[in-house]
Design a protein around this ligand. Structure first.
Ligand code: OAD
Ligand code: ZN
Length: 231
């Protein structure tokens, strides 16, 4: 049984990481175009750096929740047959113990050098122009895939979707492509599809089954269920 899980901001909501499009979400206080595009970084780099510096610093105050822990437990049972593809830029899957995680939208704990393109693990602020560990130039930006940029690891993700038997989407609104289209790819390649989300998403109707509720409850229950059937 090969499983691909796609996660979005909803899986980290119960940990205290704000989502984007919910009423108290990040895009309520900011226009996405003002902080999450290459143009924003060109015209107001300090604002963009402050936004991501604050989100990076906030990671120190959050912990994985039962949904992240359940996916790590599933990985211990399925090994290489589980791949977690996340749109999230936090490190909560890794802190919960997951090892096969692809961050398609980048990571807060990484810095990307505009000069030499090196990606370096980063825990401090970027707003005060630190030098790149590789080339020394002071041109580090958040290693986040902004609107208009190409997500990371698409080759590996598409290959995993082609091979999987089950595709599960957790805590994502289905508003941002290409992630929003993974369910249709999975269906085309013959996988069963399941959605676990608090509210109906834009793509709910594409799934074989959709369950409504908080990820902290739905994900552990689904993992228990799957482990009894694959054992
Ligand atoms: P959104 O904020 O668009 O959607 C979050 C989804 O999670 C919504 O459908 C909520 O109903 C659901 N949700 C909220 N709390 C939940 C809970 N406790 N349990 C389960 N579900 C819950 O976030 P994403 O879909 O992740 O991109 O957004 C996709 C991308 O848009 C992000 O990766 C980000 C953003 O612009 C970049 O920054 C590049
Ligand atoms: Zn560099």
């Amino acid at each position: 049984m090969r499983v691909v899980v796609l996660t979005g901001a909803g899986i980290s909501a119960e940990s205290g990481v704000p989502t984007f499009r919910d009423s108290d979400g990040l895009w309520e206080g900011h226009r996405a175009e003002d902080v999450a595009t290459p143009e924003a970084f060109e015209y107001q780099p300090a604002v963009v750096q402050r936004f991501y510096d604050a989100r990076r610093a906030a990671l120190a105050d959050v912990e994985p929740n039962p949904a992240h822990l359940a996916l790590a437990r599933l990985e211990r049972a399925l090994g290489d047959d589980l791949l977690v593809v996340t749109q999230n830029v936090d490190d909560l899957h890794e802190r919960a113990g997951s090892q096969h995680v692809l961050h398609m939208h980048g990571e807060l704990l990484s810095a990307l050098c505009v000069g030499c393109r090196a990606r370096s693990r980063w825990t401090e602020d970027l707003g005060d122009h630190p030098p790149c560990p590789r080339c020394g130039s002071a041109e580090l930006r958040p290693d986040i895939v902004w609107f208009g940029e190409v997500p990371y690891q698409m080759d590996r993700i598409v290959a995993a979707l082609q091979r999987c038997d089950l595709f599960v989407s957790i805590g994502t609104s289905g508003a941002v492509y290409p992630a929003a289209g993974f369910v249709q790819s999975a269906v085309t390649y013959g996988a069963r599809t399941l959605e676990l989300n608090l509210l109906p998403s834009e793509g709910s109707h594409f799934f074989d089954e959709s369950r409504r509720g908080p990820a902290g409850v739905l994900v552990p229950a689904w993992v228990d269920e799957l482990l009894t059937t694959v054992r």
